[in-house]
Design a protein around this ligand. Structure first.
Ligand SMILES: Nc1ncnc2c1ncn2[C@@H]1O[C@H](COP(=O)(O)OP(=O)(O)OP(=O)(O)O)[C@@H](O)[C@H]1O
Length: 957
């Protein structure tokens, strides 16, 4: 048996499992096998030391962890033995004692448990009944904090207090009285009463021979007391934990409990596990460097068992939206370059807070990448968002009776459920929508069979007012006056939405309001003339001669398209879930929710000050540990990124943890190249079959670009995006002057040459006929923009001329995924030890080429500029603009290259001036519509990126 228990353990783990010391602390970094060790020790105590399983208590922090541990122990000692262990969360173990021995402290056997929502409801009622002014959510949290500190309501009331604290003391006391009167214990009480019981009646735990605790760094003071009391007779305790992963300070976790334990049991044996079995050396080095910024923390060794691998990536992007696009592009690129060996399940996006998921979810939805959320709901499924989206839906389409039914009494307007159902049924029988039924009732055109009293009538009238005023608002807002966000804000104001959230979700209204702010940011973005035009162009079908088009309203179309976008962005994933298929899904999680988990590829976006460290965080060290926990979830590839502007459009600067001197040396500036041999190594590690070279080559073909080189490393917009913006601006000018809807943003893939020419004609004609002051001013701005683009182009050329061209910096012999996945573990230690030297070598070789990729796209920008200059001089281009697309940048480095896995290839010395076929949509039948005589579409990189969403969605649904 012992052989089985100990097999596969390293020396330190074996020592931790077999030591005869009574009190043992196993301090282990992430991925070092803490759970494995703790499990083996339980099995060892039973099998070798002959302890009875029913005399062993094992405490975990989550039910999931308890179940996993039980499963693992079962494999060693069998199910009958395993089920006799006292194994569970602190709360469940405490509950067992209270149920069995509670009478010793006057607790009747039939006490109930107040769950979180019961507790909240009680606090709210107490506040309401007494007209207290204290916020219910924060009062509930404060009660829990006091209990965690072991301070009961009477003790709290006795100390000197200011007025506000006195009120809280009364809430606390009345809350306790209510629980008592109802014979309820809340979660905190379970622990507190158990402590009381074990102090009053220590005999209850006279049988306990050993106590083992997982994730010890998250214990609070009450849990510490409970630990001492459980073990009070024999004092045999084993804990495993990692102070660097203590991220629950906000729930009163006490990192000091480690030293407190050593003080209480002076003979505590501390065993450090230093080998990490999860992450590549490069990831560990970077994570270690970050955590070591906390100088108060004792130095600790962390040894990678894998080889160095690929250095993590630290990327700057211009905006949160660009960051999301880049992230999804990297998911798709690495997936394709691995010949689909990497599947969505292998990727995780870890966020500091749930509200950050919106941009990522939208980008994933647009690109059809399925995802699941853990530790949170999908953005559009969140109650506070769903309700607003429903309002927008009803404004857009009042005939949507389901949506009307959901929102007619939300926020509450005293319209009962029965009334709504009755009206809905009457409407159905009459063959009209619920909206028209409600409207007729409110406007006195109909006397319904369903009883509608005065109060209900008033409620219905209020609802009608919200919808009709919103429709009016939309109709009266000009396209250039941000119609979507204006509409949304109108609805939010009408609903008094922030107050509604405060009332209904007292304890987490801030987080919910953050989500609403995120939706406002999204509609603000979508309302920009350029975005609006692009969205409309994406949704537009080509004009077909002889078929009359529906008269368009820019604002109304924009709302419909926006809502369709929202719906479709989640439709793929929903379908997969409904069908019950086991589909591959990328994971989105908060970092807190990802604790204890691991993935081959991890992204941590939004690494900016205010996000991480969070603006409301009280303890920056805890925020740093949070980043550390996130980083150490990654096995092979880790991406951190930060936008120059966050989703609220505020300027954002790189997280202080990542901006410190020396940090950059641990990161690459862009995603890695992935060669075929890397894929083979990856397959080996993941225990999967390696795709053939042909499959890899084929899936590579689907890629628009096989290097992470679209977004400049400086965090600026790519010239293509700027040129697009510039072009969008010139359209906008024409649009606002002529009052016309733009046919499209120039050169979008969805817009035909004919349309472009039509638009060019229209805009030039307008300008020629009537040149307003605004138009002249726009022309001046336009010239200034052109100048800037010219400067960028010149700068890019200068950079591109530097040698060596297009190289990425890598450490010789390191720095590739292959070197991690091939994991020649005997050399791993050596490799990692020589890391510092490598950094120096690498830095000596570092070639600063931040704008290297610009040279590829200069031609695009230049031609656009030329075309726009033609427009400005009121001359029509004789033919559709011929735009040269960037060359693909995939090159095999020479065999003797010092950068064998370099991801940015050397530039070719000459340019034949022809667009490469791989970057151009073939001019075959597929691209040429005979019936409409539409010219073949050409693919341009930036444009295709932004338009793909609609095309793809159209195809899928
Ligand atoms: N001696 C070992 N040899 C090989 N693999 C090991 C060894 N010890 C642990 N592992 C593996 O390392 C991975 C991480 O182990 P585990 O989840 O127990 O780590 P942990 O310390 O609990 O991590 P975290 O702190 O992140 O939760 C698991 O896949 C485990 O099987």
């Amino acid at each position: 048996m012992a052989g089985g228990i100990l097999s596969g353990l390293n020396a330190a783990q074996r020592e931790a499992v077999t030591t005869v010391a009574d009190v043992v602390q196993v301090l282990a970094p992430p991925g070092s096998g803490k759970t494995k060790t703790l499990t083996a020790r339980v099995a060892h105590l039973i099998a070798e030391r002959r302890l009875k399983p029913w005399n062993i208590i094992v405490c975990t922090f989550t039910v999931k962890a308890a179940n996993e541990m039980k499963e693992r122990i079962t494999t060693f000692v069998g199910p009958d033995c395993a089920k006799q262990l006292k194994l569970g969360t602190f709360h469940s173990v405490a509950l067992r004692y209270l149920k069995q021995y509670g009478q010793h402290i006057g607790l009747s056997k039939d006490f109930g448990i107040a769950d979180t929502s019961d507790s909240k409801a009680i606090v709210k009622r107490v506040i309401k009944q007494n007209d207290y002014t204290i916020d219910a959510g924060s009062a509930r949290g404060r009660i829990s904090t006091q209990k965690a500190k072991g301070i009961d309501s009477e003790q709290f009331a006795k100390t000197k207090k200011n007025v506000e604290q006195q009120e809280f003391a009364r809430v606390y006391q009345e809350y306790e009285e209510t629980l008592k009167a109802s014979n309820l214990l809340d979660y905190d009480d379970l622990l507190l009463r158990c402590c009381l019981l074990l102090r009053t009646e220590p005999q209850c735990v006279a049988n306990v021979e050993a106590l083992l605790i997982d994730e010890y760094q998250d214990t609070n003071n009450i849990q510490y007391d409970l630990m001492s009391l459980f073990a009070q007779h024999r004092n045999v305790i084993t804990i495993v934990g990692d102070p660097d992963q203590s991220i629950y300070g906000f729930r009163s976790a006490e990192i000091k409990n480690l030293t407190r334990m050593k003080q209480q049991w002076a003979d505590t044996l501390t065993i450090n596990l230093e080998e990490n079995y999860r992450s590549s050396g490069a990831i560990l080095h970077a994570a270690q460097h970050i955590i070591e910024q906390d100088e108060s923390r004792p130095p600790k060794k962390l040894q990678a068992t894998h080889t160095f691998g690929q250095r993590p990536i630290l990327r700057k992007l211009p905006t949160a939206a660009a960051e999301a696009d880049w992230l999804v592009a990297e998911v798709k690129r690495t997936q394709a370059l691995s010949g689909s060996l990497l599947q969505p399940n292998d990727f995780a996006v870890l966020l500091r807070s749930a509200a950050l998921s919106r941009a990522i979810e939208s980008a994933l939805g647009r690109e059809g990448v399925p995802y699941r959320m853990i530790g949170g709901m999908r953005f559009y499924d969140r109650v506070e968002i769903k309700l607003l989206i429903d309002y927008l839906r009803v404004v857009d389409s009042p005939g949507n009776s389901e949506a009307v039914e959901r929102i007619v009494n939300m926020p509450p307007r005293r319209v009962g459920e029965g009334t709504i159902k009755g009206l809905h049924e009457e409407a159905r029988l009459k063959g009209v929508s619920l909206w028209s039924m409600v409207l007729d009732v409110v406007q006195g055109r109909c006397k319904p069979a369903t009883k509608v009293n005065n109060t209900t009538h008033t409620g219905l009238a209020k609802f009608v007012d919200v919808i009709m005023s919103a429709q009016k608002k939309l109709a009266s807002t000009a396209a250039e006056d941000a119609p979507l966000v204006t509409l949304l804000q109108h609805i939010i104001k009408k609903l008094n939405y922030q107050d509604h959230l405060k009332k209904k979700y007292a304890d987490d209204c801030e987080a919910r309001w953050s989500n609403v702010e995120e939706l406002i940011a999204q509609t603000t973005e979508a309302s920009e003339p350029q975005q609006l035009a692009a969205m409309l162009a994406e949704g537009a079908l080509p004009t077909i001669e002889g078929i009359e088009r529906r008269t368009e309203s820019v604002t109304e179309d924009a709302l419909s398209l926006f809502l369709a976008n929202v719906t479709l962005s989640t439709a793929g994933a929903e379908k997969a879930e409904q069908d019950g298929e086991k589909i591959q899904q990328l994971t989105i999680s908060t970092i807190h929710g990802a604790k204890g988990l691991e993935w081959p590829v991890v992204f941590i976006p939004a690494c900016y000050d205010g996000s991480i460290p969070h603006s409301r965080a009280e303890d920056n060290d805890e925020e740093r540990r949070l980043l550390y926990v996130g980083m150490t979830r990654a096995q092979a590839l880790l991406y951190l990124s930060s936008p120059g502007r966050n989703s609220q459009r505020e300027e954002a600067s790189m997280s202080t943890f990542l901006a410190q001197p020396g940090v950059a040396a641990y990161f690459e500036e862009h995603g890695p190249s992935i060669a075929i041999r890397d894929v083979q190594g990856l397959a080996k590690t993941l225990g999967r079959e390696s795709p053939s070279d042909a499959v890899i080559a084929e899936s590579k073909r689907s890629l628009e670009r096989d290097e992470d080189n679209y977004w400049p490393l400086t965090g600026e917009q790519p010239p293509e995006e700027l040129a697009k913006w510039d072009r969008g601006k010139s359209n906008e000018t024409a649009w606002s002057i002529g009052g016309m809807r733009p046919a499209a943003v120039f050169s979008t893939a969805a817009v035909t040459m004919q349309q472009q020419q039509d638009f060019t004609t229209a805009s030039t004609t307008i300008k020629a006929g009537f040149v307003s002051a605004k138009a002249q001013y726009d022309d001046i701005l336009e010239e200034q923009r052109l100048k800037k683009v010219d400067e960028r182009a010149a700068q890019a050329k200068a950079v591109a001329d530097e040698k060596p061209k297009g190289r990425k910096r890598q450490i010789e012999g390191h720095g590739s995924i292959a070197s991690f996945f091939a994991k020649p573990s005997t050399t791993a230690k050596k490799e990692n030890e020589s890391y510092s030297n490598s950094i120096e070598q690498r830095d000596a070789k570092r070639v600063k080429i931040p704008l290297q990729e610009l040279s590829n796209v200069n031609t695009v920008a230049s031609e656009d500029i030329a075309n726009r200059r033609l427009m400005l001089s009121h001359k029509l281009p004789s033919a559709a603009p011929s735009r040269q697309t960037p060359r693909p940048t995939s090159h095999v480095p020479p065999a003797d290259s010092p950068y064998p896995f370099s991801s940015s290839p050397p530039q070719q010395d000459q340019d034949d001036g022809n667009p490469t076929t791989s970057d151009t949509i073939p001019t075959s039948d597929a691209g040429h519509d005979e019936t409409t005589n539409i010219a073949p579409q050409r693919k341009t990189l930036g444009m295709r990126r932004s338009l793909k969403g609609w095309n793809a969605r159209g195809g899928r649904h």
